[in-house]
Design a protein around this ligand. Sequence first.
Ligand SMILES: Cc1ncc(C[n+]2csc(CCOP(=O)(O)OP(=O)(O)O)c2C)c(N)n1
Ligand code: SF4
Ligand SMILES: [Mg+2]
Length: 288
Amino acid sequence: MATLADFKTSEKSWWCPGCGDFGVLAALQKSLVALDINPDELTIIAGIGCSGKIGNYINGYNLHVVHGRTLPAAMGVKLANRDLKVICAGGDGDAYAIGMGHFMHAMRRNVDITYLVMDNHIYGLTKGQYSPTSDPGFQTKTTPKGNIERPVHPLSTALAAGCTFVAQGFSSWQPQLASLIQKAVRHPGFALVNIISPCVTYNKINTYDWYKTSLTNLDTVEGYDSQNRVEALRVLHEHDELVTGLVYQDPTSVPYEDLAPGYSKTPLAGQDYALEDAVWKKMLAGLE
Ligand SMILES: Cc1ncc(C[n+]2csc(CCOP(=O)(O)OP(=O)(O)O)c2C)c(N)n1
Ligand code: SF4
Ligand SMILES: [Mg+2]
């Protein structure tokens, strides 16, 4: 069984002291141990951003892809080798701005991958521009007079798009976040965990203290039914998405891989594709 040390790398951290991304990394590493996954069974597909550096700090296969393109890469990896645990990680810009088109289609396709979005309501890597989740009125380098746009609501958007697992964690609340990540990885289908991960350098409004007083923990909401999509939408609306916990899980979810006609149970990556000479010649003849 792998230990915490097996998931660490010798890479020196690039993140600012106090960045919420440290909490995401810690919860993910703890979860991998609890899930009894080995580093050689794990693929992290990371986006571009401060958040995307997370792949460098976790021992496993790591693809650091073009900005906004974690999901197509992840679906390709999962379909080529369904034995791998595929976890995507990136920022709110990577997911909900440049990557939004992929996000919508990945959810309805329901390939068995986990998506951790490290949401700090800002573009951190490029030094503080507003993002799709920035609050109205938020002043940044690109919105010096305050943000005049309405924010994307990732959780409601996910529910509307047919996502079969929707959760939100907070990087400071480690036990709940680790538990959500484990549930997401176990879920058979596409699982979104939006993680509030404060940027201490460029976002002085949505701070740790601000979240601690603004968030409602769904685990403490009596009678909350995480299998009821309509109720989930209502509660998200009521709290302006400032909740943590399991928002929704479809207990009947069947992943894309199990529905695709003719798709093999044996990982494609492990199959022998050597063609017999006669078959090859017949194929060539068919092209003439
Ligand atoms: C195609 C492309 N467009 C723009 C950029 C510049 N860029 C790099 S990271 C980034 C946004 C980062 O914000 P986010 O995804 O929220 O990650 P964070 O740094 O906040 O973790 C942008 C616009 C890029 N690298 N590639
Ligand atoms: S700029 Fe913000 S998001 Fe990036 S490492 Fe620093 S605190 Fe974290
Ligand atoms: Mg960001």
